[in-house]
Design a protein. Structure first.
Length: 455
């Protein structure tokens, strides 16, 4: 039986051999035909280079065993809820975040990310902020307006938080305007299509020489060379005044901007003298004089003639009163008919007094040092007063003096070693101030030199 099976196997193998023998020539002929028809047969070099080229041009994701991610723009956007507001008085970053529903642990992580980028203790009341949250209520990012050109941002990342300062600078245009005063400086500037902020800047330059409450006359003229801030076609306010001229009662006052080698910037007359003086000409920015310094004035309440050894400025109740110069407060109290009274000693020669205040400025008390221009109180009518006003007194060597006629000493002039550079800059800016030209764009990092080159 076994021998019979072996014989059958041999028979079957013998029966397959004729078919293979017949098919083999056909396969050989088909292979030859395909080789002759294929374009690769033209050049063996092409067949060798094509696979290498395909590997080189293949996308990185195609060569990776990992599943490629979608491009950033194709990822679905996560809807965010944005809460905007302004920093409240005495508020901290921690308070702001906790009030927004952020846990203390998360706040700690955000604070850590901010180190070296921005000091969160420097956030200021009134500045804008925005908090972006995802649908789960988790913080996506926080934005804080450091100033009009810089925004501090904290963003959530897979590893925690990341912080940076985003800079969005203004375009700076330099413009020149010239006008004549018919009523007030404010109205004259507005008539030129400019804002009152520019009028304030001009008044601050001449605050030591011209009392804009008393000295202004109809027909006074002014010319200003100044910066305008623009972004995306929208006006965002004024930059620095580069040069100015003011003709008051026929007397011409010129001022140019200059920054010393030590970085102290200010306004100087063409001869290099500082426009700043030891004392402001007026402790109120804008008001009117109702009574001048005199040794005989009829008192409306006491109904008798008596000396008025100061100058009365009429202004709305609550108008800020400024320290006329640097010094130390020696009195801040209510004193009989003077009402609420502040007295400042500036040095061994000069003192100033401020009467009838409605309230004192923040932190103003005896022994406190103050800076020129610092708010020391607010206009009121305390004591013997018929209405809200400031009685301003000036003392020289312990005696009353007329603050409208006292000649105040100047602040530090341009350093002698810088006078050549100052004169060159001054001359060119004054040329620019004197000629009419359209506004032009300057490089914000080289705005002053660009203004000079434009001459």
């Amino acid at each position: 039986m076994r021998k019979l099976l072996e014989n059958q196997t041999v028979v079957r193998r013998q029966k397959r051999r004729p078919w293979v023998l017949y098919a083999l020539p056909l396969f050989l002929m088909l292979g030859i035909a395909l080789f002759l028809v294929s374009p690769d047969s033209i050049s063996g070099q092409a067949r060798q280079e094509e696979p290498l080229q395909a590997v080189q041009e293949a996308p990185l994701a195609a060569l990776s065993h990992e599943t490629p991610s979608l491009p950033f723009e194709e990822l679905p956007e996560i809807p965010l809820e944005t809460v905007e507001g302004k920093i409240k008085k005495n508020s901290t970053f921690y308070d702001l975040m906790v009030d927004s529903g952020v846990s203390p642990n998360v706040v700690a992580g955000m604070t850590s990310a901010a180190k070296g980028v921005y000091d969160l203790r420097r956030i200021r009341p009134g500045r804008s902020y925005a908090v972006d949250k995802d649908p789960t209520g988790a913080i996506h990012q926080v934005r804080y307006a450091v100033d009009p050109e810089n925004t501090f941002v904290i963003r959530r990342t897979p590893d925690g938080f990341d912080a940076e300062i985003l800079h969005n600078p203004f375009e700076i245009f330099v413009r020149r305007v010239s006008g004549t005063i018919e009523s007030t400086l404010f109205e004259a500037v507005q008539a030129l299509g400019e804002g009152t902020e520019l009028a304030v800047k001009l008044a601050e330059i001449y605050a030591w020489d011209i009392d804009f409450n008393f000295d202004i006359r109809r027909g006074d003229k002014f010319t200003i060379l100044f910066e305008q801030k623009w972004r995306n076609g929208t006006f965002h306010g004024y930059g620095r005044v580069l040069a100015a001229e003011f003709v008051n009662s026929g007397e011409t006052h010129k001022a140019v901007f200059y920054e010393t080698a030590k970085g102290k910037a200010g306004y100087f007359s063409p001869d290099g003298q500082s426009m700043e003086k030891q004392f402001l000409r007026s402790p109120l920015k804008f008001s009117r004089i109702s009574s001048k310094f005199t040794y005989k004035r009829y008192h409306p309440i006491l109904k008798s003639y008596r000396p008025h050894l100061g100058v009365d400025y009429v202004a709305p109740r609550g108008t800020p009163i400024l320290a006329a110069g640097d010094g130390k407060v020696i009195l801040a109290a209510r004193k009989g008919g003077n009402g609420k009274f502040v007295k400042i000693r500036h040095n061994g020669t000069y003192m100033t007094g401020y009467l009838h205040l409605s309230r004192f400025g923040k932190g103003i008390r005896a022994g406190r040092k103050v800076k020129q221009g610092q708010v020391i109180g607010y206009v009121g009518s305390t004591g013997l007063a018929t209405g809200p006003h400031l009685c301003y007194r000036f003392y020289k060597n312990g005696k009353f003096a007329n603050p409208l006629s006292v000649k105040f000493p100047s602040a530090s002039p341009v350093p002698k070693g810088e006078m050549t550079a100052f004169r060159s800059q001054c001359e060119q800016l004054l040329v620019q101030l004197s000629k009419r030209s359209p506004a032009y764009l300057v490089d914000r990092h080289d705005y002053l030199n660009a203004a000079i080159r434009h001459t």
